[in-house]
Design a protein around this ligand. Structure first.
Ligand code: TXA
Ligand code: MG
Length: 310
């Protein structure tokens, strides 16, 4: 078993040469590259088959390293102190002299930034003198990766290296909040928005289905296992894989459970591996029972809803 130090060294070696590698975060795995390098960033877009107008999230160790690239405001400081490092991404204004590759934002002046909590990734960031651009490590529109083997399944030998940090502890992408003008949630995610609201002390706008070009990744099919998916199903068809929120007594082997007792955090953590497993078993369709729409249940329903657009 290699020590973390030796795998981190290896990851750094590839990143320093502007290659893209898979990296673990507490939310989902990322496809990472040097955010200051045009060539590394272009590789990310190419590998993911990602439209140029869909900007990437940049991962920093802490606020000190961020200050070189972005303008910060009081709302950011409040949320940063409470929730970072963790599953929240902030949209901030870029500084004029920032070193961030223009390809990341498609030349726009706002940047999505995040401070990941995963220990191995933080140890890696400490060793780098640039932040990491890292979208989720999946081909565009497909299910995100929550362990190293999933990243391998998505990209095969097209990437040089995957830094293995085990299974993601949250298992669903970060919550995105824009702080450029009035605070606005652009994507539901691993941080319950009621906690964000409580910290800011007012109700925040939700703009998670924008047709305008704010977060293009949110406005079309996404998170799809590649087969049809139906939500709020009471009685599935025999040939469906049936996803349930909690374990039930049954002899049927097409039943899949997101959690043992209906815990929504546990369900969010298991969602993507469950979808991936069902797809790989060769099912042609998925039915999902009604998932409670509270806490991270809201995020689960958001993802299922987009996956159902297949
Ligand atoms: O948990 C996460 O956020 C994971 C891990 C790897 O950090 N990353 C992730 O990245 O989910 P990605 O690229 O799959 O999703 C980022 C979303 C996209 O929908 C994109 O449109 C939006 O963030 N986004 C990025 N930059 C933006 C910007 N400047 N303004 C508005 N939306 C932005
Ligand atoms: Mg993604």
């Amino acid at each position: 078993m290699k020590t973390n130090q030796s795998i981190i060294k290896k990851a750094k070696k590839y990143l320093d040469k502007n290659y893209c590698i898979g990296v673990p975060t507490e939310t989902v795995y990322g496809l990472a590259g040097n955010a200051y390098s045009n060539s590394a960033v272009k590789k990310i877009f190419r590998l993911k088959n990602r439209p140029k107008n869909n900007p990437l999230i940049v991962h920093y160790l802490d606020i000190n390293s961020l200050k070189e690239d972005c303008l910060i405001n009081s709302e950011f400081i409040k949320l940063y102190k409470k929730f970072s490092p963790g599953p929240i991404t902030y949209i901030l204004r870029l500084k004029k002299n920032s070193k961030i590759s223009k390809t990341i934002t498609n030349k726009k002046n706002c940047l999505a930034v995040r401070f990941p909590k995963h220990k191995i990734l933080r140890d890696l960031l400490k060793q780098l003198n640039y932040p990491l651009a890292a979208p989720s490590a999946n081909i565009t529109t497909k299910v995100s990766a929550v362990q190293a083997a999933d990243v391998k399944e998505e990209f095969g030998n097209k990437i040089k290296y995957i830094l293995d940090g085990g299974k993601c502890s949250i298992g669903i992408e970060s919550t995105i909040i824009s702080l450029v003008n009035k605070p606005t949630i652009l994507r539901l995610g691993g941080l319950d928005i009621s906690k964000i609201q409580k910290t800011l002390g007012f109700k925040i706008n939700l703009n998670i289905n924008s047709k305008k070009n704010i977060a293009p990744g949110q406005s079309y099919l996404h998170y799809s296992p590649g087969i049809p998916l139906k939500m709020n199903v009471i009685k599935p068809k025999n040939e469906d894989a049936f996803i349930l929120i909690r374990k039930r007594k049954t002899k049927l082997n097409n039943y899949y459970y997101l959690s043992t007792k209906g815990n929504l955090d546990e369900a969010a953590k298991n969602l993507y591996s469950c979808l991936r497993k069902i797809k790989n078993k060769g099912y042609k369709s998925i039915a999902v029972e009604k998932i409670p729409n509270r806490g991270l249940g809201k995020t689960i329903n958001d993802r299922l809803n987009r996956a159902s657009k297949f």
